[in-house]
Ligand binder design. Structure first.
Ligand code: AMP
Length: 285
């Protein structure tokens, strides 16, 4: 009998919606999704869900309260948790950056030598500053890190940035990246014998791979087929099929979503017609 799997999911905050959407797309969403529910069972899978704060997930996994969890890589590093990253999930991408006010003279991380820096990520900040030989005075704050320079609490901040708009709104300028983060599926270190954990990792991975790709179809005259296959950014071999109209073939291929924009005009220039791109639901390489 397969042992049930317990999975901790962010109950609120930035990672909540995309985590739930990933489970939904994987076909294992909770049976009774609701704002106040703390626990639920999954539809179609032997998984029990526990909804907790993203910050608490690394510890819950490390202490075996749950088998796996979804959280930010920055939170795993900040808690220095002994957990294994099973899968990078491709959302919640951000970086921990050092920033100063626009009028400050600092241009790079080493210019923060001897200065006061406010951060909610003191462990990562201390580690990276030490690696780069910078000795600074770190002040730990829980939230609204970006207003610290204006309040006179610190000369600089080290905070998570995704678009940079919060920095700009607060009159701050980035002077360096310390850590790159994204949402991750984590599991207890060494628990490789758990079959349901392997299945969940494969299932979520297949959706993440699929999201990054599109299924492309087009028609082309046989004599121009080699031109079309030459421009396809495809690792595997495309499928080529004869159409009912003699001399014309249909080409099917999986292509990276990010390359569609530049690919379509190239295909048209090779004489391809009836070009279609379709989303892919799942992809196991
Ligand atoms: P929460 O505090 O629950 O909204 O979740 C914060 C987590 O979301 C962080 O630990 C990061 O992993 C992730 N994240 C992604 N972009 C950002 C951002 N711009 N600011 C803060 N957290 C972000």
């Amino acid at each position: 009998m397969t042992r049930r799997l317990t999975l901790a999911l962010p109950s609120k905050g930035r990672l909540r919606e995309p985590s739930w959407a990933l489970l939904e797309a994987s076909g294992v969403a909770p049976q009774e999704p609701g704002e106040r529910v703390l626990q639920a069972h999954c539809r179609n899978a032997d998984i029990d869900l526990l909804f907790v704060r993203a910050d608490d997930v690394p510890e819950y996994v490390q202490d075996s309260v749950v088998d796996c969890g979804i959280t930010g890589l920055d939170l795993v590093a900040e808690r220095d948790s002994s957990v294994e990253v099973l899968l990078r999930l491709g959302f919640g991408t951000c970086s921990l950056q050092a920033a100063v006010s626009m009028e400050d003279s600092a241009m790079k991380l080493s210019d923060l030598e001897g200065r006061r820096i406010a951060t909610s990520h003191p462990r990562i900040a201390a580690k990276v500053l030490a690696e780069r030989g910078v000795s600074a005075d770190l002040v730990q704050v829980a939230g609204s890190v970006e207003i610290s320079p204006r309040l006179g609490l610190a000369d600089a901040i080290i905070d998570l940035v995704s678009t940079g708009s919060t920095l700009r709104t607060n009159g701050l300028r980035s002077i360096g990246v310390l850590f790159e983060s994204e949402a991750v599926l984590v599991g207890r270190t060494g628990s490789t014998d758990h079959e349901a954990r392997r299945t969940l990792t494969t299932l979520l991975g297949s959706v993440i791979n699929a999201r990054a790709n599109r299924y492309l179809l087009c028609n082309v005259a046989k004599e121009r087929l080699s031109e079309v296959t030459a421009v396809l950014p495809t690792k595997g071999s495309p499928t080529v099929m004869d159409l009912a109209t003699p001399g014309i073939v249909a080409v099917h291929a999986l292509v990276p979503a990010a390359e569609i924009w530049s690919l379509l005009p190239k295909l048209a220039a090779c004489g391809a017609t009836s070009i279609l791109t379709l989303p892919v639901e799942r992809m196991v390489p």
